[in-house]
Ligand binder design. Structure first.
Ligand code: DGP
Length: 225
């Protein structure tokens, strides 16, 4: 396998069906491609940094919004070398959330009226900076649903960010990231995730065929100009 593996990121709002669809995508690529497929997920709650994030998400600890943002980013940086190794070994990597979640969730917090003053001063650029230089995906699939559809799916769970107002802001920030990524030539596809599971799966599958047998180009770096 001389071609490196493709790096495909799946992003989305909570309740968008991301977990189901990343599993289905993995199965599909294993069937149609000529190489192994590996599913990874951020945050990776198994490392010491990941455990701090997990405690924070389950409201077992409190952290400054800047500090938790940097921890989420550190959790991605600590996986960088193993991610590169997988890709260079020719393995296709599907990644459930990546740096785009970092910007979407942290910057969204700064847009909430009741946020502390220091959080309201967070800028979009500041949110992007810690992840600049990480491996850039070959394709980003964004699963989009409205707050209304999320509610119909049983509403949000108990974790810290699973609140309707914040999710609405997260969706707005994802749209901004989408515009930025598309102007910078990165392949970002927005998918209407409110359709039936099978319809969403078919749409996703239609975008990955070209990546199933690896990629010839070198791995790029995220957000470095
Ligand atoms: P999940 O395990 O996919 O349900 O993600 C856990 C929660 O953490 C979810 O509400 C999204 C949020 N999240 C994921 N990555 C980041 C990040 O890098 N920064 C922030 N602030 N939140 C994140």
């Amino acid at each position: 396998m001389s071609r490196r593996g493709a790096f495909i990121v799946v992003e989305g709002l909570d309740r968008s069906g991301k977990t189901t669809q990343t599993n289905l995508l993995c199965e599909h690529l294993s069937k149609i491609g000529d190489r192994p497929v590996k599913l990874i997920k951020f945050p990776d709650r198994t490392t010491p940094i990941g455990q701090m994030i997990d405690n924070y998400l389950r409201s077992k600890s409190e952290l400054d919004d800047h500090a938790i943002h940097l921890l989420f980013s550190a959790n991605r940086w600590e996986m960088r070398s193993s991610l590169l190794q997988l890709l260079n070994e020719g393995i296709t990597v599907i990644c459930d959330r990546y740096a785009f979640s970092g910007v979407a969730f942290t910057f969204a917090k700064s847009l909430v009226a009741s946020a502390p003053e220091s959080t309201r001063k967070l800028t979009y650029e500041w949110c992007r900076t810690p992840d600049a230089g990480l491996p850039a995906p070959d394709l980003i699939l964004f699963l989009d649903i409205s707050a209304e559809v999320a509610k119909l799916r049983g509403g949000y769970g108990d974790e810290r960010y699973e609140k309707a107002e914040l999710q609405q802001r997260v969706r707005e920030v994802y749209k901004r990231i989408q515009d930025d990524m598309q102007t910078s030539g990165v392949h970002w596809i927005s998918i209407n995730a409110s359709h039936e599971m099978e319809v969403v799966k078919q749409e996703i599958c239609s975008y990955v065929k070209d990546l199933s047998n690896g990629v010839n180009e070198p791995i790029k770096s995220l957000w470095l100009t």
